[in-house]
Design a protein around this ligand. Structure first.
Ligand code: SF4
Length: 440
């Protein structure tokens, strides 16, 4: 029996903790362990690492803040200068190149500072490797006819692989009674606007098509686009939720048929609505269920619970597989919220047992649940809090991989290459663990 760790324990990252995880979790690569821990703790960029004479793509704040502190408290200009992602290689654990999303946290034990004029990642003064920052796509230099920046209208993430189209930057689940408790979409919109950042609430299809025309001509890295945004409960621009979101892939696919793989992150829709999206050209559907446990779903997703309900949500996920094909239904869950205060489980074991039940439920049907690592953002209902211990993420990755292999599932489509040194999905390590054979 592994020792139980109480959810309230605030676990500090150390080299010895990482080495302990390396010895214990041999079926997941060390790259995945470090990646999850950096995501868990965020990154403290020293000023020298943000003042490099380098052309790199900074954080575009593509949907949420994914930071541990408010923008207004970033004293080193992290909100404008921190790179979207880092790619770390070499160092103490001899890491293969590993892409990790940036979550600013000036209190993180993970420090980025210069060493021999290059940015490196340090933990307890131990060098974990040299960093690359993501390149700026050539087409970022343009402006739309409406004067919009491509980085705001159609930013890329995952090292340029994914064009992220948050077409509605708010959610009509509003306030503590309805917003998902981990989500800062509405608060992030306000803080970005308050900081003077151009941040379009509802994106104009013409702006998107204009930017995509440059990507079409100039870019060879981007392979996929995601259409997403907050939920629409009544209507938006006089359209229902389905009609509103459907306009985007319809316009994109009629102008650029099959140029990129189209993905949709939205609520769980009925089959006939899913069919309309599939006919419009959407290939991968992400009806995110966020957290598996029934009680936690009601507490943590009060809007989804009230307006749609967990049973209906799950039924719709399962039925959408008849439209897109099971492997092309990829519902996300926010890993770690099962252990959050005040409603979460008491132990890592309970959290993993519950979440694994959900993984098995979906994967047994060929559906491909994936996860992002929870970032406790300050303006959310859950607020800033300790978050789960690293052991939780190691257990989760091990369980996800075991169940994925048990059902002999195909590699999830729309995520680029898989495996150590190749995966570009940056907000969790599920793509990094695929195909790993283990170590002695
Ligand atoms: S449905 Fe929940 S997670 Fe999605 S944008 Fe709205 S509040 Fe956020």
């Amino acid at each position: 029996m592994r020792e139980l760790i109480h959810k309230k324990e605030r676990e500090i990252s150390t080299i010895s903790l990482l080495e302990q995880m390396e010895r214990t979790y041999k079926m997941i690569p060390m790259e995945a362990i470090v990646k999850q821990d950096v995501l868990r703790q965020g990154i403290n960029f020293y000023e020298d690492s943000l003042s490099l004479n380098l052309n790199y793509k900074p954080k575009d704040y593509f949907i949420f803040s994914f930071d541990h502190i408010p923008l207004a408290e970033m004293k080193k200009g992290e909100d404008k200068k921190a790179p979207e992602e880092i790619k770390v290689s070499g160092g103490h654990f001899q890491l293969a190149p590993t892409v990790i999303s940036t979550r600013n946290n000036p209190n993180s034990p993970y420090v980025v500072r210069l060493f021999e004029n290059k940015p490196h990642l340090f933990l307890e003064n131990v060098d974990l490797g040299e960093l690359e920052y993501p390149p700026v796509p050539s087409w970022y230099r343009h402006r739309t006819k409406n004067g919009k920046l491509p980085s705001e209208i159609a930013p890329v993430i995952e090292w340029g692989y994914l064009i992220y189209l948050t077409v509605f930057r708010n959610c009509q689940y509003f306030g503590k009674e309805e917003e998902c408790a981990f989500c800062d979409i509405n608060h992030n919109y306000r803080q970005q606007r308050n900081a003077g950042r151009p941040y379009t609430g509802v994106k104009d299809i013409e702006d998107i098509l204009e930017v995509l025309s440059w990507i079409d001509k100039e870019d060879t890295v981007a392979q996929v686009y995601t259409i997403t945004g907050g939920s629409v409960l009544t209507n938006l621009k006089k359209k229902s939720e389905v009609e509103f979101y459907l306009e985007y892939p319809t316009a994109i696919e009629s102008q650029f048929p099959n140029r990129w793989m189209g993905k949709l992150v939205a609520q769980a829709f009925e089959k006939e609505d899913c069919k309309r999206f599939a006919e419009a050209g959407i290939q991968v559907y992400h009806p995110n269920y966020e957290v598996w446990d029934k009680n936690l779903f009601e507490k943590i997703c009060p809007g989804k619970s009230k307006w749609i309900g967990r049973e209906t949500w799950i039924r719709r996920i399962v039925e959408s597989a008849e439209i897109f094909g099971p492997s092309h239904v990829i519902p996300n869950f926010v890993a770690g919220v099962e252990l959050s205060e005040p409603w979460g489980f008491e132990t890592v074991e309970e959290a993993i047992a519950s979440t694994s039940e959900g993984l098995d439920f979906f994967m047994s049907k060929g559906i491909m649940p994936r996860f992002t690592a929870w970032c406790p953002e300050p303006y959310t209902t859950l607020g800033t809090q300790a978050g789960p211990p690293l052991r939780y993420f190691c257990e989760l990755l091990t369980s996800w991989k075991e169940i994925f292999e048990k059902y002999n599932l195909p590699t999830p489509p729309g995520y680029g290459e898989f495996g150590v040194g190749k995966a570009v999905f940056s907000v969790s390590a599920f793509m990094d663990v695929i195909g790993y054979k283990g170590r002695n």
